[in-house]
Ligand binder design. Structure first.
Ligand code: FE2
Length: 296
């Protein structure tokens, strides 16, 4: 077992410095610049005077959902086999589903990225987080670039510190001075490129502003739930069918495709006909592992 899983279960949050290596992150960084352009295009300081501790549209100007018009490095990062294995362990299941993944670029001066403490559950479920973490989900926020305190690291509060105003009670309006109380226990997820910040939908956290001159922060989110847990959702992948899904199909393993809902080899969905038809949609997709397990 990954020793950090226990900490994640207990505190709802864990920071994993250098979870991913330099080489992999540099390839993803190059993809960010294919998708969003070079940072020089965005680094003009516009004097955003939005207040601290607020959500603004400007914070989400460069926020795109998977799949992307670039190489497999960025397209497959959210379903890297190490994340899949970690998600299975965290959620205590043999099969996980990726229900949200975005690439998010932030540039110094483009907006005030300072947010209030919040929990993510409002747009991941129509109810509230379960008291059993394995019935919720795990979000991995991957820092593709070095994130110092001046590059807008996420700040968070451990569950053992947020105590009685954890998640629902606090966030849904039961505590007047919630922000002040949480600030006392505020920690930073700052770390070098390749750092992963893993957290649950019931964990208080907030984005912070970028202040480094010419600074930028590239990050990828990857949210997993146990397969079949319909209480948690965000994206319906087929809804974005005009996006470059071939970039995922052409390079993903069957286990990675299963994270998007593609039945694995050996599943009764697959027949000579369904294989041939799906291959017409994605002509460069490797059908071999599926053909090998066709039931006869
Ligand atoms: Fe958030």
């Amino acid at each position: 077992m990954n020793e950090w899983i226990e900490e994640w279960r207990r505190e709802g949050v864990v920071v994993l410095p250098r979870f991913f290596g330099q080489e992999q992150m540099l390839a993803v960084e190059a993809d960010f610049e294919t998708v969003f352009g070079p940072p020089e295009e965005h680094l003009q300081v516009k004097g955003d005077d939005a207040p601290d501790r607020a959500f603004t549209d400007g914070q989400f100007l460069h926020f795109e959902q998977i799949p992307f018009k670039c190489s497999p490095a960025l397209n497959l990062l959210a379903v890297d086999h190490r994340l899949i294995e970690a998600a299975k362990e965290a959620l205590n299941t043999n099969s996980v589903y990726l229900y949200q993944s975005q690439a998010w670029a932030k540039y110094t001066g483009e907006a005030n990225f300072d947010q209030p403490f919040h929990c993510d559950f409002l747009n991941h479920t129509l109810t509230v987080p379960s008291e059993d973490e394995t019935r919720n989900s795990i979000t991995f926020l991957i820092y593709v670039t070095d994130v110092t305190e001046a590059h807008g690291p996420t700040h968070y509060v451990r569950k053992s510190d947020s105590g009685t105003f954890t998640s629902a009670e606090g966030f849904l309006g039961g505590v007047d001075d919630l922000q002040e109380q949480l600030s006392v226990h505020e920690h930073s997820a700052a770390g070098p490129r390749g750092t992963v910040f893993a957290y649950g939908i019931d964990v208080f956290h907030r984005g912070t502003n970028l202040t480094a001159p010419q600074g930028y922060r590239y990050a990828v989110s990857s949210c997993f739930r146990a397969a079949g847990n319909d209480s948690i959702s965000y994206s319906a992948w087929p809804h974005s069918f005009t996006r470059p899904w071939a970039q995922v199909f052409n390079h993903a393993s069957p286990e990675q495709l299963a994270c998007f809902g593609v039945p694995p080899p050996g599943n009764p969905f697959w027949s000579e006909s369904t294989l041939a038809r799906v291959a017409r949609r994605w002509p460069l997709w490797d059908t071999t592992p599926y053909k090998e397990k066709l039931s006869v």
